[in-house]
Structures are given as structure tokens and as C-alpha cells.
Design a protein around this ligand. Structure first.
Ligand code: NAP
Ligand code: 8YV
Length: 313
């Protein structure tokens, strides 16, 4: 039997691409690279391989009459028009759980980095500035107050790590979670006013766009730090730049941005920010597990079995 034809809509991790080529006829970003050839192939495409950052729009879905399944290599699927997929009975899958530990680890690493000024200290030594005297003092993490915006799989894993640092943990989410034992606040603003570190780990998309805006940052205050490992869209980036410029918050550590991979100079030039290139799940171990699961979802579908990890209804 001939292999199903699938379209990769993003530049994917090369070992995952190799595995996709083995199992399927892969058209790697053909819609962008060669629109004329794409028009010929489109009627035969039965699957899409996407990343967490990919856009799978209603328009693209409409161009693929044989599309049956969209597999996202990532837990976040805010770029996929799930409603358009559902209207056509197209399955949408993602990779929850397998990346939770890594993202929580990087969230804590960013928190430590901005509070203890680890990248700045590294530059201080490399540039020979230590010869002229010690660095300015940093912010203590152990025992500080942590506010988590989004107490889901990753938010809870961050909370467990923060417990090890003796932090006082509070959170906000759509629904209160009494079983967590953490203090609930009904809004990011109320939470921000009560914490030293505000960690953002919600999904992206329209439901959370600009959730962390000027008012939340003002509530966080001049001694407060923002950490964002969720999606760039969740934070109002111009408002964040203004809050930093005006000293309204103490600093920010960011793995995700409004228009990746572009990061404005207003952020890149600042000493009170730590920046990483959307790499929270980027370890060999986790990318392998994500690739196995994303491939497993496609294989299950084309073998006529239920997909392994559909996105929630
Ligand atoms: P999850 O288990 O679905 O948790 C999401 C949490 O966000 C839930 O607690 C949910 O509240 C909360 N939430 C949703 N909308 C909200 C809103 N409007 N206001 C406040 N809280 C809201 O997802 P997860 O596995 O933890 O992943 C979370 C997100 O992390 C992903 O969707 C992705 O965007 C991001 N992520 C980023 C990276 C990276 O590389 N930086 C890697 C992986 C994931 P309820 O529980 O009350 O519904
Ligand atoms: C990945 C992510 O960077 O899981 C997500 O939602 O954003 C990340 O794990 C991404 O999906 C790989 O491109």
C-alpha cells in the first residue's frame, strides 16, 4: 500500500523529519517553497506535521480536501485553527506531559538567572570587570514569593520545584484548584500584587492575549520580576518594554516573544532582562520523546487506531 502523503508546515527537528520521511511521503514546507507544485500535491495530502509555533490556518486547511490529521510537535497548539479542523472532522494532536519537566526546569533556570544575575555575572567575569571590584548584589530566591499564572501540567511542575526552594507559592488560573494547597488569586493582577516573581505558563491564543499587561506589571512593582515561558502573545510586549524602561518592575526573563525569532533592541540591550530563544523543551531527551509521540499520533491515525494524545475537546 502506498504511504500517506503529509505536509510539514514548519522547519522541524531533523531527526523527526527523518522519521517522517521513513513513514510517509513528506512534502517539507512545499506550500511555502513551491506553490505551483503544492497546488498539484494538495489534493493528496492527508496529514500535517506542525510545531508548537506553527500556523495552521482555516485557509490552509481549506486547500487540503483530503486532510485527516494535524500532529503538533509541542503541547501548545494555539497556532492551529482547531474549530476549522473540527468542522471537517480532522483530528488534532499534540505532545503533552513529555516536555513538562524540561519546561519547568527552564522556568526555574530563568527565575534563578534573572534574580541572581547569572548571565550578567558571566559577562562580568569574561569582560575582566571583576578586576575592578565585586558585582552589585542580587535578589534572594529561597523563601521568596512565587506567583504562577496557569497552574496546569507545567505550572504544577514549576510549583513542585519552587517548594524545594522554600518559596511561598500562589497562583491564578481559570478555575481554583483547592487540592493544590496553594493560595489562589482570581486574576493575574491580584496575584502580581502579592508576589516577588510572576511566572507565566498558560496556553497562548485569543483566550490569553495580553493577559499580562500594563496594570499587571504595575501591580508586580519595582521589586518584582516577570518570567514568561508560555507564549509571547500572553504578555503585552510593548507594555513590558515601557515597564522596564520606567523602572516599574525589577526585571524580566523571557523564553518567548511576540514576533519570534525577532526580539526588539529595546529588550536585547537591557541588563535587567535575560533572554532565551524559545528553548524550554529543547533537550535531546525531550525532543526525542516529542518526536516519538508526534510520529506515534500520525501512525496511529493512519493505522486506523485512535490517536494517542488528541488536543482537549
Ligand atoms: P495545561 O496543562 O493545559 O495548563 C494550562 C493552564 O493555564 C491551566 O491551569 C489553565 O487553567 C491556565 N489558563 C488557561 N487560560 C487561562 C487564562 N485565561 N487565565 C489564567 N489561566 C489560564 O498546559 P501545559 O501543559 O501546562 O502547557 C502550558 C503552555 O505552556 C502551553 O500551552 C504552551 O503555550 C506553553 N509551553 C511553552 C514552551 C516553551 O518552549 N516555552 C514549551 C511547552 C509549553 P485551568 O486549569 O483553570 O483550566
Ligand atoms: C517547542 C512549545 O519549542 O510545546 C510547545 O508548546 O512551544 C515547545 O515545546 C515547539 O513546539 C517546537 O517547535
Amino acid at each position: 500500500m502506498s504511504k500517506p502523503e503529509i505536509l510539514a508546515v514548519a522547519k522541524l527537528w531533523p531527526p523527526y523529519v527523518d522519521a517522517l520521511r521513513e513513514a510517509f511521503v513528506l512534502h517539507d514546507r512545499l506550500h511555502q517553497e513551491d506553490p505551483a507544485r503544492f497546488a498539484e500535491v494538495a489534493p493528496r495530502i492527508r496529514g500535517i506535521a506542525a510545531s508548537g509555533e506553527s500556523k495552521v490556518s482555516r485557509e490552509l486547511i481549506a486547500q487540503l480536501p483530503a486532510l485527516e490529521v494535524i500532529s503538533v510537535f509541542g503541547v501548545g497548539y494555539d497556532g492551529v485553527d482547531v474549530a476549522a479542523a473540527r468542522e471537517r472532522g480532522i483530528a488534532v494532536t499534540h505532545t503533552p506531559d513529555v516536555l513538562t519537566d524540561d519546561v519547568a526546569d527552564l522556568g526555574m533556570a530563568l527565575l534563578m538567572a534573572i534574580a541572581r544575575r547569572v548571565p550578567q555575572a558571566d559577562r562580568y567575569v569574561r569582560e575582566g570587570r571583576w578586576e575592578s571590584g565585586p558585582m552589585p548584589l542580587a535578589r534572594k530566591v529561597s523563601g521568596a514569593r512565587l506567583g504562577i499564572v496557569g497552574l496546569g501540567r507545567i505550572g504544577q511542575a514549576i510549583a513542585r520545584r519552587a517548594e524545594g526552594f522554600g518559596m511561598a507559592i500562589a497562583y491564578t488560573a481559570r478555575h481554583e484548584k483547592p487540592a493544590s494547597g496553594y493560595l489562589y488569586y482570581p486574576s493575574p493582577r491580584a496575584l502580581a500584587a502579592e508576589v516577588d516573581f510572576l511566572m507565566v505558563i498558560t496556553p497562548g491564543g485569543e483566550g490569553t492575549r495580553g493577559l499580562i499587561g500594563a496594570e499587571v506589571l504595575a501591580a508586580l512593582g519595582p521589586k518584582g520580576y516577570l518570567i514568561n515561558v508560555a507564549r509571547g502573545s500572553v504578555v503585552d510586549q510593548p507594555a513590558l518594554v515601557r515597564a522596564l524602561q520606567q523602572g516599574q518592575i525589577a526585571g524580566a526573563a523571557l523564553d518567548v516573544f511576540a514576533d519570534e525569532p525577532h526580539v526588539p533592541p529595546e529588550l536585547r540591550e537591557r541588563e535587567d532582562v535575560v533572554l532565551t530563544p524559545h528553548m524550554a523543551s529543547a533537550t535531546w531527551e525531550t525532543r526525542r520523546a516529542m518526536a516519538d509521540l508526534a510520529l506515534g499520533n500520525l501512525q496511529a491515525h493512519f493505522a486506523g487506531r485512535p490517536v494517542l494524545t488528541p488536543v482537549p475537546a
